[in-house]
Design a protein around this ligand. Structure first.
Ligand code: LLP
Length: 415
């Protein structure tokens, strides 16, 4: 998708420099070019096997990306009424949607019940109680899956690990069984599926297989009691390479994890977010100043016009994103920390990178298509960067640059 022509980096047929130049200054620019190839490369379920990809909207919620996902036949995994609204605005339907998250409010539950979503992925007994009460009040039947906390270690960063017993997500096996019994006995609830999500940026298949087996064990116990489950939702979390390291191999996932669901005649749902969009996006940023070390123990800083408010991952998870100069230059390579203008020591995009840099050079920070824009903020009074979608030789702005006026409008005159 990204490649060099005349030594300058481009995306599809568009040079990244052309995108940056069209955006005015400061050009901390985003391309949200989304890979259409990923879903096509996915392993197919065996004959008669049923599978659905529910794209995790939280990874990149731009309407243009959601439209692209719809075109590709995906459903959606959402975690708020806001995300549900986005899916509907993009042309999605309730039956394409599963609703995860530990804190669904009454208003969110009511909205999703009225829209008629495919499934509520329920995360606690208290939520099941609330869901039942609201469904009864609104004369609806709520489709239910219980999110099980399988107590497996996904081997990922602690902030994005979700499937261990100390994490806030899901319920223990025994609690899940009680919840299913309650749901099966209620006219306002209908048992549909079972789900888990063990974490994000997961590379190993072992934890997925262990979680699957936990879930299938519950399916068996329930079947013996006459409670039947139709789908198994194994969540998302497929790891992508950010800087040359390996990503999760979906072919092997198909063979070693998914097959165990198909062989039981159950429908498989997966909820990848990052895997579908991360590598399709770059953050474009220009070098404002080069600040070289002058004494022992100092570091070389390339101060760029993008910051942690644009791409929070390095600051929050010490995530390593590949960074490259978009166009060649004659500078001698040096070891740089690429930092932003925000007044925080944690405001860095990359540490210890050997780069040839000049002031004014355009840099591409790779792997920014997932958890980039969605985690951005107005910290330090900064407007959010625009998003551009590239297709072949064309590109268009799919979210304009945020102005100070946009920010101030929410505060009236401050009185
Ligand atoms: N399903 C559920 C229930 C989730 O909580 C998540 C992510 C996903 C699916 C999608 O996970 P993915 O396939 O994208 O890994 N901000 C962090 C990631 C947080 C993920 C939260 N949940 C990051 O930038 O690494």
């Amino acid at each position: 998708m990204f490649g060099r022509r005349d030594n300058a980096i481009g995306v599809e047929d568009v040079p990244l420099a052309a995108i940056a130049e069209s955006g005015g200054t400061p050009p901390s620019f985003y391309t949200g070019e989304c890979s259409r190839r990923r879903p096509r490369r996915r392993p197919r379920p065996p004959a008669g096997g049923r599978a659905r990809i529910c794209y995790a909207v939280k990874a990149n919620a731009n309407l243009a990306i959601l439209r692209l996902m719809l075109e590709l036949g995906a459903g959606f995994d959402i975690v708020s009424a806001g995300e549900l609204q986005r899916v509907l605005r993009a042309g999605g339907a309730g039956e394409d949607v599963v609703f995860s998250g530990v804190g669904k409010s009454v208003a969110e539950i009511d909205f999703a019940l009225k829209v008629g979503i495919r499934c509520f992925n329920v995360e606690s007994e208290a939520e099941l109680e609330r869901l039942e009460a609201r469904a009864r009040l609104l004369s609806r039947v709520a489709p239910v899956s219980v999110r099980v906390n399988p107590d497996v270690d996904a081997g990922t960063h602690p902030y994005i690990s979700t499937g261990r017993r100390e994490n806030k997500f899901g319920v223990a096996e025994g609690t899940a069984l009680d919840m299913y019994r309650r749901a099966a006995g209620s006219h306002a609830l209908e048992v549909r599926g079972i789900d888990c999500h063990i974490g994000s940026q997961v590379l190993e298949l072992g934890p997925y297989a262990a979680a699957r087996d936990r879930l299938l064990g519950i399916v068996d116990t329930l079947a013996a009691e006459g409670i039947s489950i139709d789908h198994v939702d194994l969540g998302g979390g497929f790891a992508v390479p950010y800087d040359g390291e390996p990503g999760l191999d979906v072919e092997t996932y198909g063979r070693e994890v998914a097959a165990g669901v198909f062989s039981r005649g159950l429908e498989l749902i997966v909820e990848p977010g990052r895997y579908l969009v991360a590598e399709a996006g770059v953050l474009l940023t220009r070098v404002e100043y080069l600040k070289r070390a002058t004494r022992e123990g100092q570091r070389n800083f390339a101060v760029v016009d993008a910051a942690m408010n644009d791409l929070l991952r390095p600051a929050l998870y010490e995530a390593r994103h590949a960074v490259e100069a978009v166009e060649p230059n004659d500078a001698a390579p040096l070891r740089w920390d690429v930092v932003g203008p925000v007044c925080e020591t944690g405001d860095f995009l990359a540490m210890d990178r050997d780069l040839a840099l000049t002031e004014g050079a355009l840099l591409a920070v790779f792997g920014a298509g997932a958890y980039g824009m969605v985690l951005s903020s107005n910290y330090n009074g900064r407007g959010r960067a625009p998003e551009v979608l590239v297709s072949g030789g064309e590109f268009r702005v799919v979210r304009r640059r945020e102005t100070l006026g946009d920010q101030l409008a929410l505060e009236g005159e401050g009185r």
